[in-house]
Design a protein around this ligand. Structure first.
Ligand SMILES: [Zn+2]
Length: 81
């Protein structure tokens, strides 16, 4: 009987160790991994002059259009808003 109690105690210790390891692994590999966005300045907008796609946050907005540079804005003839 004493032997059986010792075996059960060892099994409980192994189970506790395994669940601890599993919990630590879950910390390092979270299930709900969300991919980070590739651009920090929002979605891309098209420059109507040169056709370049520019992040909206970095584009020059004038006359309802988005431009990659002041040069393209000048070619389009739009006034900065
Ligand atoms: Zn341009």
């Amino acid at each position: 009987m004493r032997f059986l109690i010792r075996v059960v105690g060892v099994l409980i210790a192994i189970y506790a160790a395994l669940s601890t390891v599993r919990r630590l692994l879950n910390v390092f590999t979270p299930a709900g991994h969300v991919p980070t966005p590739t651009t920090d300045a929002g979605h891309l907008v098209k420059d109507p002059v040169c056709g370049t796609y520019v992040p909206e946050g970095r584009a020059i907005q004038a006359g309802g259009q988005f431009f990659c540079s002041e040069e393209c804005r000048g070619k389009w003839g739009a006034v900065p808003s």
